[in-house]
Design a protein around this ligand. Structure first.
Ligand SMILES: Nc1ncnc2c1ncn2[C@@H]1O[C@H](COP(=O)(O)OP(=O)(O)OP(=O)(O)O)[C@@H](O)[C@H]1O
Ligand SMILES: [Mg+2]
Length: 262
């Protein structure tokens, strides 16, 4: 059944994924709501990246349904899937910028790939996005190696935003960053939501980040969602698995300042 609520922008219904004999996702059902941030937490090898790849239509589930913006994408062919993929902006771990390309060429990449806009127009749009993200337009000439970690994240975000996707997907956005820069990235994710109305789906090992930004947190263990709810419900709710997972992370819910949105 397709979702009846148009705010249910990403809906998974009993999604399973097998690689050979190994079932990596064992019946995942979830709803991500428009203009909210959903954070997926869980240990290594739990199936988080596989789940993301299914959501962004890079991988097909073995069974189950995936609704994006109300449309069941599981029966679609390559051509229709390409249309669906454009609804997503991906922000990769370590920003995944191309080292031999300038910032301008990195950020321009989606427009060069997916549009036939003239070079001048593309450059204007890049400069506009860099400015929106608080980067000096001068950075356009720089190479990724000349930027700080936080600046690289902003450039990665600028690139993910170029096609103005309604949904932003982040795979481990704060890993490898110092705590201060990680908090800046949290603010940036929240800012994207406030200013552009995007829906965010974030995979994270960073429990402090999850507490700050999540409207909804999902705990995945061995291919199943074992707990879901607000961060507070995970930290202090009925699920022993969730309380345990959070306790082992060493981060206490009670010492995290409430997010800006509250
Ligand atoms: N293309 C593939 N072919 C075979 N097995 C795969 C494939 N992709 C993932 N797997 C397996 O699926 C399981 C889950 O992998 P996945 O990358 O989704 O985990 P993860 O939760 O993202 O882990 P991490 O936190 O380490 O990134 C692993 O056992 C992995 O070896
Ligand atoms: Mg992963």
């Amino acid at each position: 059944m397709p979702p009846s609520d148009p705010d249910e922008i990403v809906v998974l219904d009993d999604v399973r994924k097998k690689f050979g004999d190994a079932e990596v996702l064992k019946g995942i059902s979830l709803v991500a709501r428009r203009n909210e941030t959903t954070v997926i937490i869980g240990g290594s090898g739990a199936g988080k990246t596989t789940l993301l790849r299914i959501i962004v239509a890079l991988e097909k589930p073995t069974s189950g349904k995936v609704f994006i913006d109300g449309e069941d994408i599981t029966p679609l062919g390559e051509r229709a899937l390409n249309r669906v993929r454009k609804k997503f902006g991906m922000v990769y771990q370590y920003a995944a910028l191309l080292d031999s390309f300038t910032v301008l060429d990195n950020v321009a990449f989606p427009l060069v790939e997916h549009t036939s806009l003239p070079r001048k127009e593309i450059r204007e749009r890049v400069v506009e996005k860099l400015r929106l993200l608080g980067l000096d337009p001068d950075v356009e000439k720089k190479f990724p190696s000349e930027l700080s970690g936080g600046m690289r994240k902003r450039v990665g975000l600028a690139r993910a935003l170029m096609l103005e996707p309604p949904i932003l997907i982040y795979d481990e956005p704060t890993s490898g960053l110092d705590p201060l820069t990680s908090r800046l990235v949290d603010d940036l994710i929240e800012e994207m939501r406030e200013r552009f109305g995007v829906t965010s789906i974030v995979i994270s090992h960073d429990i402090a980040s999850c507490f700050r930004i999540a409207h909804q947190a999902l705990l995945v263990i061995r291919g199943q969602i074992v707990a879901r709810g607000t961060p507070e419900q995970l930290a202090h709710g009925d699920s022993e698995l969730a309380r345990d997972f959070i306790q082992k992370s060493g981060v206490s819910y009670d010492v995290i300042p409430p997010p800006k949105r509250r």
